[in-house]
Design a protein around this ligand. Structure first.
Ligand code: AHM
Ligand code: MG
Length: 335
């Protein structure tokens, strides 16, 4: 049901009702949402804006950067550095943290983001998105270092994503459930279109990159084999499969109608805990999923409880409908 509530109104109402959103945090979330509007415009222009294709550079994890990865990163930095609400930012696309320059006032929040998730889909016109997570800078010390960012996901004070798909949609939590806002391009505003999102506890839809099957570990192989066995198998139900290869799009579908998403540890590079990044992807998405009644683990422990050791740390991810996530987690040895 469309409403007349803008994102700004929603945040102010949350501030009044729950004391959930201090004004600096509200400012931060509004600036992030404005950045997402700009990124959405650039994404929509595509070839007309000369924004497609490779930037001929690599990020810290050795991945080739697309032009739009860099444009989105710059938009978020430029919009957020001067407002006085942040101490520093960290991005999947930058080697090190970006402390707010001395010429601007310093705030108490830390912003982390994957500026454009689903990079492999940019040039083929498939949904992509921006994922963000907000932490508070630990009190006491002046200046800001990497260590200030190394906080477990349970310490997030806000998290969300904006998906650039058939609609541009912002999904947000500040710890009081999950709300969804759709960009009204005529008005230039994000309008509240759904509140209190709930993920059904059961599902018959899984999302995994099946081409990696031969590299999976036994518990994940067992679970997917059981899904594929359908009604006649031990789970007693038929499953459907989806894999967009944009985490934002797969998680969005799960928030809308349930499902289970897996990007598990695999044997291709045994030293690598997973593909997805803990701080930029897994933590914000896990908090959203939990806030909507779902569950998120790395197979052996709750993702939000993981104490990060490094900024660009990777992690295995299993998230979505609670009963299925618990089932496959139960197939793993606990830590
Ligand atoms: P990115 O942040 O560089 O775009 O990589 C993360 C993406 C996720 O959005 C998606 O779930 C996954 O990588 C897809 O990986 P694969 O191509 O191995 O299926
Ligand atoms: Mg990503």
């Amino acid at each position: 049901m469309p409403s007349n509530t803008t994102l700004t109104q929603y945040l102010i109402e949350q501030q009044r009702a729950n004391g959930q959103i201090p004004s600096q945090l509200r400012l931060l979330l509004e600036v992030v949402s404005r950045s997402c509007k700009s990124i959405s415009l650039a994404v929509n222009k595509g070839a007309l804006g000369n924004v497609l294709g490779s930037a001929n550079s690599e990020n810290v994890q050795g991945e080739v950067q697309k032009k739009l990865d860099i444009i989105a990163n710059d938009v978020l930095i430029e919009a957020n550095e001067w407002g006085g609400h942040l101490a520093a930012m960290a991005s999947e696309e930058m080697d090190s943290i970006y402390p707010v320059p001395n010429r601007y006032p310093q705030g108490e929040y830390l912003l982390l983001f994957d500026p454009l998730d689903g990079s492999s889909n940019i040039d083929v016109n498939v949904s992509i998105g921006t994922i963000f997570s907000v932490l508070k800078k630990p009190e006491g010390l002046s200046g800001v270092t990497d260590t200030d960012f190394l906080q477990a996901g349970t310490r997030q004070v806000a998290a969300g994503y904006c998906i650039y798909g058939p609609q541009t949609t912002l999904v947000l939590t500040v710890g009081a459930g999950v709300a969804m806002f759709t960009l009204d391009r005529e008005q230039g505003s994000f309008m509240l279109t759904q509140e209190h999102l709930r993920i059904p506890e059961d599902t018959q839809e899984f999302a995994i990159n099946m081409s990696n099957m031969r590299h999976w570990d036994a518990p994940v192989r067992r679970y997917i084999d059981e899904c594929l066995a359908g009604k006649e198998g031990p789970l007693g139900k038929d499953f459907n499969m989806r894999w967009v290869a944009s985490m934002v799009a797969d998680v969005h579908r799960i928030l809308m109608r349930g499902g289970i998403f897996l990007y598990p540890w695999d044997k291709r590079d045994p030293a690598k805990p997973g593909k997805l990044r803990l701080m930029y992807e897994a933590n914000p998405m896990s908090w959203l999923v939990e806030q909507a009644g779902g569950s998120a683990t790395n197979g052996r422990q709750r993702i939000l409880d993981i104490q990060p050791a490094r900024l660009h740390e990777r992690v295995a991810v299993i998230l979505g409908s609670r009963n299925e996530v618990e089932r496959v987690t139960g197939y793993h040895d606990p830590i």
